[in-house]
Design a protein around this ligand. Structure first.
Ligand SMILES: [Fe+2]
Ligand SMILES: [Fe+2]
Length: 175
């Protein structure tokens, strides 16, 4: 397998692993009756599967081999919603780093089709990291105040929690 194709296949693990982790987070949040946060994480889980699908489509279109990765069982418990979102931010930073490495490889190989496919992911990661940063800041402001946490949960349920962040990159987070 060509190195870039191998690296794209390896990256699929990050997307599937993130999808699995977000699903576990959605379950934990639902158990804590934080329905809005739970719904948001379920939506993120589905988005990550969509990201993997997008890359798989690219590989198939390029007549390249697709090797689905093994997915590890995700963490199931968190000390707090704040800690959970610390992990979201960390995971997204790792995905961004992985995308950047793929991009550098595509550039070095002069592979314009791969660069063009990755452009979408570069945009998407700006959006993902901005969202994680925003939610972490809001959670820090809420501190130990249950009413503030419930208000943010309600805003996720109504779809307004990220209205400001979404406004920055248009439909970037919709895929
Ligand atoms: Fe992703
Ligand atoms: Fe993501």
């Amino acid at each position: 397998m060509q190195p870039l194709i191998r690296a794209i296949n390896n990256h699929l693990a990050s997307e599937f692993q993130a999808s699995h982790a977000y699903l576990a987070m959605s379950i934990w949040l639902r158990e804590k009756d934080l329905a809005g946060f739970s719904q948001y994480m379920l939506q993120k889980s589905n988005e990550e599967r969509g990201h993997a699908s997008r890359m798989i489509t690219y590989l198939v279109d390029c007549d390249a081999e697709v090797e689905l990765p093994t997915i590890q069982a995700p963490q199931r418990q968190w000390d707090s919603v704040q800690h959970l979102f610390d992990q979201v931010a960390e995971m997204e930073r790792e995905v961004t780093a992985s995308i950047n490495r793929l991009y550098a490889m595509a550039d070095d190989a002069g592979d314009r089709s791969a660069s063009s496919m990755l452009d979408w992911f570069v945009e998407e990661q700006i959006q993902e990291e901005a969202e994680a940063r925003f939610v972490r800041k809001r959670l820090r402001l809420a501190g130990d105040n249950a009413a503030a946490l419930l208000l943010l949960d309600q805003q996720f349920l109504e779809g307004t929690a990220l209205a400001f962040v979404k406004g920055q990159a248009g439909a970037g987070g919709a895929a």
